[in-house]
Ligand binder design. Structure first.
Ligand SMILES: NC(=O)C1=CN([C@@H]2O[C@H](COP(=O)(O)OP(=O)(O)OC[C@H]3O[C@@H](n4cnc5c(N)ncnc54)[C@H](OP(=O)(O)O)[C@@H]3O)[C@@H](O)[C@H]2O)C=CC1
Ligand SMILES: O=C(O)[C@@H]1CCC=N1
Length: 268
């Protein structure tokens, strides 16, 4: 049976999920969105042909409700939908730092809750989702959420205690890769490449390296070693990165992202 999906909050990530779900063949008449900004809602209705409703209408009759608003907007949204959500529904928060116990406390008894951390490559079907079911979620309910999110990429089911780490690695991770891309492109342009060519070289290098890492049994370190000829060009680059503390800085950044995710959760 086709599940009825409500997407509450249609900003960057809400539209990403909407696009992925529709691209997977989910019937558009089984998806409804709600969005605070009327102009944004109209834009998405025009672009995707999707129904727009207010939050209470959107969740009534929905089998799976995706909460895709900013973390600080989640508590008010939960209060708003608590009276309309079906007791048989599964409510999935994709917001950084929102715990399943916070969701359970705000929703009627029996409503299944799931915490998920997406990332923006879901827009091209290459997303990564870390998913944690709340207490009492059945295998069937979890499978339905996993299957829905797989429309946007891969799904790893993880213990909720690991969600801050997942957020720091894959949730925010695309930004780190774009940051690296910015640097590669700037370096290429500084060496005389035109911007388009530098972008193409950097993008295809990232695609190729990511595919190799994903498909190879070797560690990232070993794959890097194979690029690094003795006293060659890569050695010159990596030595410069190490001298400037680039890797340490990146590790510290990942740790800072996890700390911020924990902070967004508030006290346990
Ligand atoms: N962007 C990303 O890469 C990732 C985002 N996330 C999570 O996804 C969530 C959304 O992020 P993102 O899409 O970037 O944020 P956006 O601000 O782009 O989107 C959120 C949208 O929801 C709207 N909104 C706020 N309150 C309500 C409400 N009560 N009902 C309906 N709509 C509402 C906002 O309107 P307004 O702006 O007017 O408030 C905004 O348009 C966040 O919690 C974030 O942690 C997780 C992983 C990756
Ligand atoms: O920056 C953020 O807070 C959100 C969560 C992970 C990616 N974007």
């Amino acid at each position: 049976m086709t599940q009825r999906i409500a997407i509450l909050g249609a900003g960057v990530m809400g539209e990403t999920l909407l696009s992925a779900i529709l691209a997977s063949g989910h019937p558009v008449d089984q998806v409804v969105i709600s969005e605070k900004r009327a102009d944004r809602a109209a834009e998405l209705r025009a672009a995707h042909g999707v129904d727009v409703a207010d939050n209470a209408e959107a969740v009534a009759g929905a089998d799976i409700v995706l909460l895709v608003v900013k973390p600080q907007d989640v508590p008010a949204l939960l209060d708003e939908i608590a009276g309309s959500v079906s007791p048989a529904a599964t409510v999935v928060s994709l917001a950084a730092g929102i715990r399943t116990d916070t969701m359970r406390a705000a929703l009627p008894d029996g409503v299944a809750v799931v915490r998920a951390m997406p990332n923006t490559p879901a827009l091209v079907g290459e997303g990564m989702f870390g998913v944690s079911p709340g207490p009492g979620v059945t295998d069937q309910q979890l499978a339905a959420v996993v299957s829905l999110l797989e429309s946007g990429g891969r799904v790893a089911v993880v213990d909720e205690s690991l969600q801050d780490a997942v957020t720091a690695v894959s949730g925010s991770g695309p930004a780190y890769v774009f940051y690296l891309a910015e640097a590669m492109i700037a370096g290429g342009v500084a060496q005389g490449l035109d911007l388009d060519t530098a972008r193409t070289l950097a993008a295809q290098t990232l695609v190729g390296a990511a595919k190799l890492l994903s498909e190879s049994p070797d560690t990232a370190e070993e794959l890097r070693r194979r690029v690094t000829s003795p006293n060659g060009t890569t050695h010159a680059a990596i030595t410069t990165f190490d001298d400037r503390g680039v890797k340490d800085g990146l590790v510290a950044g990942v740790v800072a992202a996890a700390a911020r995710s924990a902070e967004l959760s508030g006290p346990a």
